[in-house]
Design a binder for this molecule. Structure first.
Ligand code: SAH
Ligand code: SF4
Length: 445
C-alpha cells in the first residue's frame, strides 16, 4: 500500500548485528514514521537511506563499507538522496572520519548514544544542506517515550538495560554501548502493557547482561523481581530474555521460570569456550566446571528446557587441546542452538594486543568442526520432540513453504504445519510428526 506514497517521503533502513540493533532500528523507523515518512524495501525508491551498523566482528564492518560504496551511483542519480549511517561502528574512534573520507556523499553520521536526535539532524540536512557528524563519547540518561515501529505485530523486543560493564577481552560492546544502565521497572511494565493492549502476545527482554538488571536504580529490584512483575501482566502469553552471563545467573531466575507460567523454558547462556585457560584469558569469570554445573542445575529444575549459546573459535593462544575442550563441552551440553563465531580482532580490545593470534586457516578448520558438533546436538535435541504435543504461537505462513503455517514452541523451536489464516496470532497445540535439522513438522490437534 505504501507504493502510492510520495517518493520524497520514503526511507530505507538496513540493520546489521544483534537484537539490540534491531530494536534501535525499530525506534529510528518509529521516529521517521512520526514525522511523516513511509518505509520502503527498495533503495532506489527511497529519499533517505539509513544504515544501522555493527562492529562486533570485522565482516559486519566490511559489509557496511561495501554497501556504502554501492550507494555512490544512487546519489549521482538523485542529488537529494540523504544517506545516514549510525550504530556501533560509528562509536569507534576515527571511524566516522574514515567513512567521510572514503564516502564523502554521506550526509549524516551519528552514534549509539544520540540516535534520539536523528529527526533533528534530518531536519537540518534538509533545511540547511549541511553535513552532520555528531557522536557522543559517553552514554546519556535513558530517553523514554521514543516511538517504536515494530517489525512484528505479535512479538516485540523490549530493552530493559543498556550497555555492559564486563569487558570480555575480545569484545568491543562495552566501548561502543557504554556502561550498564537499567530502565525503571515502571517504564518497562508500562511499555509491555501498551504492547499487550495492541495485541502483542510475546516479548523478549533485551540486555547485554540481563542478570545485572536493577543495579544503579533507586528502586530495590533484581532481574527475577522484574520477571515476576511482568508475569502478572494480563493478556501477555510469553516472555523470553537474553542475554544471561553465566557468572551472574542467579538461581532465583531459574526459580522464576519454574514458578511463572508466562516465562518460556528457554535460556541463552553464552559459554564462549570450553577451555579454562581460554575462559580466563577472555575475562569471563567462570570456568568450565562452574558452567557445566549451572547447566546441570537448570536441566534438573526445568524439564525440557532449551539451552542455547554463543561460542568463539580461534581466540588468541587457543591450542588444539583448548579447542577440543570446547568440542567436548558442546557434546556434553547438547545445545538446542548455538551462534558460532570465528574470533575477530577488534581495535582497542585487550585480545587484539595478545600474541599468538591464530592463523585464518586454523580458525576456519576449527569453525567447521564446531558447526558439525553443534549440529549433531541440535538434531538430537529436535528428535526429542517427535510424537510430542507442543504449544505453538502461530506467526504466519512459512517463508519456505507458503502452504504451511509457521510458529514457535515455548522453547523457541520453529514448527511448520498445515492450517489456515484463522490460526495466525493464536496459540495452538501441534503434534510433532518429524524433526528436521532446523525445524519441526507437525499437525494441529
Ligand atoms: N552480551 C552478550 C552478547 C554480546 S555480542 C554476551 O555476553 O553473551 C554477541 C556474541 O558475539 C558474543 O557472545 C560473542 O560470542 C561474539 N563476539 C563478541 N566479540 C567477538 C569477537 N571479537 N570475535 C568473534 N565473536 C565475538
Ligand atoms: Fe561483550 Fe562480554 Fe559484555 Fe557480552 S558480556 S557484551 S561478550 S563484554
Amino acid at each position: 500500500m505504501e507504493s502510492n506514497q510520495n517518493t520524497d517521503l520514503k526511507y530505507y533502513i538496513e540493520t546489521w548485528g544483534c537484537q539490540m540493533n534491531e530494536e534501535d532500528s525499530e525506534k529510528l523507523s518509529g521516529m521517521l514514521k512520526r514525522i511523516g515518512y513511509y518505509r520502503t524495501e527498495s533503495k532506489e525508491e527511497a529519499s533517505i537511506i539509513l544504515f544501522n551498523t555493527c562492529c562486533v566482528r570485522e565482516n559486519a564492518e566490511n559489509k557496511v563499507f561495501g554497501n556504502l560504496g554501492a550507494l555512490k551511483k544512487l546519489k549521482e542519480k538523485n542529488k537529494n538522496l540523504i544517506i545516514g549511517i549510525c550504530g556501533c561502528m560509528m562509536q569507534q574512534k576515527g571511524m566516522a572520519d574514515k567513512i567521510l573520507k572514503k564516502f564523502p556523499y554521506v550526509n549524516i553520521i551519528f552514534g549509539t548514544h544520540n540516535s534520539y536526535k536523528f529527526p533533528e539532524y534530518l531536519n537540518r540536512v534538509r533545511s540547511e544542506g549541511v553535513q552532520i557528524k555528531e557522536i557522543f563519547d559517553k552514554e546519556t540518561e535513558i530517553i523514554e517515550g521514543i516511538p517504536v515501529d515494530r517489525e512484528s505485530s505479535l512479538k516485540a523486543f523490549v530493552t530493559i538495560m543498556y550497555g555492559c560493564n564486563n569487558f570480555c577481552t575480545y569484545c568491543v560492546v562495552p566501548y561502543v554501548r557504554g556502561r550498564e544502565r537499567s530502565r525503571k521497572s515502571e517504564d518497562i511494565i508500562n511499555e509491555i502493557k501498551e504492547l499487550v493492549s495492541k495485541g502483542y502476545k510475546e516479548i523478549t527482554l533485551l540486555g547485554q547482561n540481563v542478570n545485572s538488571y536493577g543495579k544503579g536504580l533507586e528502586e530495590n529490584i533484581k532481574f527475577s523481581d522484574l520477571l515476576r512483575m511482568i508475569n502478572e501482566i494480563k493478556g501477555l502469553e510469553r516472555v523470553r530474555f537474553m542475554t544471561s552471563h553465566p557468572k551472574d545467573l542467579d538461581f532465583d531466575v531459574v526459580e522464576a521460570i519454574k514458578d511463572c507460567d508466562k516465562l518460556c523454558e528457554q535460556i541463552h547462556l553464552p559459554v564462549q569456550s570450553g577451555s579454562n585457560k581460554v575462559l580466563k584469558e577472555m575475562n569471563r569469570h567462570y570456568d568450565r566446571e562452574q558452567y557445566l554445573d549451572i547447566i546441570k542445575k537448570i536441566k534438573s529444575e526445568i524439564p525440557d528446557v532449551a539451552i542455547s549459546t554463543d561460542i568463539i573459535v580461534g581466540f588468541p593462544g587457543e591450542t588444539d587441546e583448548d579447542f577440543n575442550e570446547t568440542l567436548s563441552l558442546v557434546k556434553e551440553v547438547g545445545y538446542d542452538s548455538a551462534f558460532t563465531f570465528i574470533y575477530s580482532r577488534r581495535n582497542h580490545t585487550p585480545a587484539d594486543k595478545m600474541e599468538n593470534q591464530i592463523p585464518d586457516d586454523v580458525k576456519h578448520e576449527r569453525f567447521n568442526k564446531l558447526v558439525e558438533a553443534v549440529n549433531v546436538g541440535v538434531i538430537n535435541a529436535n528428535k526429542k520432540y517427535e510424537n510430542k504435543v507442543v504449544e505453538v504461537l502461530v506467526e504466519g505462513f512459512s517463508k519456505n513453504d507458503s502452504t504451511k503455517l509457521s510458529g514457535r514452541t515455548r522453547t523457541g523451536k520453529l514448527v511448520n504445519f498445515i492450517g489456515d489464516e484463522s490460526f495466525v496470532g493464536k496459540l495452538v497445540n501441534v503434534k510433532v510428526l518429524r524433526a528436521q535439522p532446523f525445524s519441526l513438522i507437525g499437525e494441529i490437534i
